[in-house]
Design a protein around this ligand. Structure first.
Ligand SMILES: NC(=O)C1=CN([C@@H]2O[C@H](COP(=O)(O)OP(=O)(O)OC[C@H]3O[C@@H](n4cnc5c(N)ncnc54)[C@H](O)[C@@H]3O)[C@@H](O)[C@H]2O)C=CC1
Length: 297
């Protein structure tokens, strides 16, 4: 199975490459700028067509949540129009698309975890642009799986786990919000689950699994819980550590509003694809230990 993944340097793209490594049944080809630029529609079909994929994973996105508030046009061009064009390119080749979306399509006011049928109500430009992208993908390609995830971290790129470790290098105490709740998700775990879904989607009756799904790490945490766990694991293994002080979101004024509760129920993915993501704590520990091991010096 040949899979084209958009966004060569992204956390998820790099995780897919790593997880497929050594598997003779899977070939991953990543495509990114300048060859495939979601803001330049004319680049999208040629870049994908050239690879002759069996399936496309649409992982590239404008992910700067705060910056999007002042760059709405760009965020929508990439996350809505660009995502739609990727799905359309896959459709023109008669292959399925797995498109990544976000927990930030919800407003966070629900008590309990969000199901796929809950009504989205994004609080931010980023969330609104990703929701528009979901709709564009569903319209453009009948063979689609839209995966909403949240709080993604990995050994690659920029993410919350790496930021906490960096801050702990030169701070004894770090203030972290304890009134935003979600599901920390390892990009490497996501990659494993996506490869399972990709296998099913390229088999016969592939259109029967089309739909929107939630897929995130198992278990709920606040940002402060995640920070505390990361720094405790790091301290235990000789890495940087710091105290975590709980603060409310109002202590960190930011351009974009974030949902207070964006926990996702992943039962539908488990039912259809037979896979549940691991608990967030051991996965975060694995990533922290790897980051410590790979530290320069
Ligand atoms: N990082 C997170 O916490 C979350 C991410 N997601 C979604 O999951 C997907 C994967 O996320 P990550 O791997 O963490 O993102 P990332 O920010 O690590 O990578 C995004 C990639 O998209 C590329 N990109 C940006 N603009 C582009 C353009 N105009 N043309 C082509 N490529 C472009 C970037 O260069 C980068 O390689 C994205 O769709 C994101 O919206 C959903 C929920 C949470």
């Amino acid at each position: 199975m040949k899979i084209v993944v958009t966004g060569s340097r992204g956390q998820l793209a790099q995780s897919l490459v790593e997880r497929a490594c050594g598997r003779p049944d899977i070939e991953i080809i990543t495509v990114g700028r300048p060859d495939l630029d979601l803001a330049r529609m004319e680049t999208i079909l040629p870049a994908i067509e050239r690879c002759r994929p069996d399936l496309v994973v649409s992982a590239a996105a404008y992910t700067a949540v705060d910056q999007a508030e002042s760059e709405a046009e760009k965020a929508f061009a990439i996350n809505a129009l660009g995502a739609g064009a990727v799905a359309e390119a896959a459709a023109s080749l008669d292959v399925p698309v797995i498109h990544l979306s976000t927990d930030y399509v919800f407003d966070g006011t629900k008590e309990g975890s969000y199901c796929e049928d809950d009504t989205p109500a994004p609080l931010s430009v980023y969330g609104a642009s990703k929701l528009a992208g979901e709709r564009a993908v569903v319209t453009a390609n009948p063979l689609h799986v839209v995966l909403r995830t949240g709080w993604v971290y990995s050994p690659f790129g920029k993410n919350f786990v790496k930021t906490m470790l960096q801050l702990a290098e030169d701070h004894e105490e770090i203030a972290v919000v304890n009134d935003q709740w979600g599901n920390p998700s390892s990009a490497l775990d996501l990659a494993d689950a996506i490869l399972v879904a990709a296998g099913l989607m390229t088999q016969r009756n592939r259109d029967q699994v089309s739909g929107i799904y939630h897929l995130s790490g198992t278990g709920i945490a606040s940002r402060a819980d995640l920070a505390r766990h990361v720094l405790s694991v790091s301290g235990t293994h000789g890495g940087p550590s710091a105290r975590v002080r709980n603060v409310p979101t109002t202590d960190f004024p930011a351009p974009a509003r974030r949902p207070a509760n964006s926990s996702l129920s992943c039962a539908r993915f488990a039912e259809i694809f037979g896979r549940t993501m691991p608990a967030w704590q051991p996965s975060a520990e694995t990533t922290v230990r790897r980051l410590l091991r790979d530290r320069p010096g």
